[in-house]
Write a protein that binds this ligand. Sequence first.
Ligand code: NAP
Length: 287
Amino acid sequence: MIIITGGTGRLGSQIVDRLLDQVAADRIGVSVRDTDRAGQLAARGVRVRRGDFTEPESLADAFEGATQVLIVSTDQTGEAAVARHIAAIDAAHKAGAKRILYTSHQGATEDSLFAPMPDHAATERYLSKTGTPFTALRNGFYTSTVRHLLGRALETGELIAPADGPVSWTTHADLAEAAAIILAHEGRFDGPTPPLTARDALDLAAIAGILTELTGRTIRRVVADDDEWTATMIGHGVPADQTNMLLGMFQAARRGEFATTGPELENLLQRTPTPVRSMLEGLNTQP
Ligand SMILES: NC(=O)c1ccc[n+]([C@@H]2O[C@H](COP(=O)([O-])OP(=O)(O)OC[C@H]3O[C@@H](n4cnc5c(N)ncnc54)[C@H](OP(=O)(O)O)[C@@H]3O)[C@@H](O)[C@H]2O)c1
């Protein structure tokens, strides 16, 4: 049985959905924190069990009979995230899974300036020591993040953010489809995958350029000073830790940490991955 954690999350739910296209429902199980939210999956014949990484005993039941476990990384950061991932890895190992998969990141490195990246690197390091074969899915940066970076650019004509760099924007849907293909073809990748990304890496100036084309109005990229931007964000009520994490993302992008792309996602999907332009076209770009 293939077990997927986070089956009620954005990525996890889409992975299950795509996997159902390839594998019989009775070979798929989800481990979720709230089984009530997984009613539709149960109705489709997927095994639904409660599993919380902070309660390892729940994982023994949720992972029972697993041949592969795909661990969707949690939305925490730092020690809390790594501890949860380690608990899930240990439970998958104990359940006798033949392969453990983990949603890592294209930019997973220990010395990254963006807080989640060292967490991914630490989780991959732990995975490599368990003795169970593993696959770390080196996912591209979610395209959905771009929306949050635009701020009020469409209203004001100014995309204001700290200096950035090219980023491997990749959609949840494409990454979910790739994960499902990898699960259905067990062992296709061993260890960290090549970067699973769309073909281009675009910086915010390029995104402002696309928005200019789509809207017919000039959307200007304005580079904000790091300290002034931080003070403005905090002044608008964004918590300091969130602001600092986001600043770290810009600084990491500036250093080229998310610039790597590759053909592997396209090879898996056998089509061109969705470009960031498609998401921008879906925004309400008319005044
Ligand atoms: N590639 C990228 O650019 C990028 C960007 C942002 C985040 N990420 C990573 O990708 C992950 C998935 O993204 P997403 O958009 O699907 O986010 P999401 O919808 O927030 O999914 C996170 C999942 O983690 C589960 N989770 C959290 N704490 C848990 C715990 N203690 N035990 C078991 N499960 C737990 C959540 O369960 P519930 O459904 O019960 O809430 C949820 O399903 C994120 O959590 C983050 O690690 C990647």
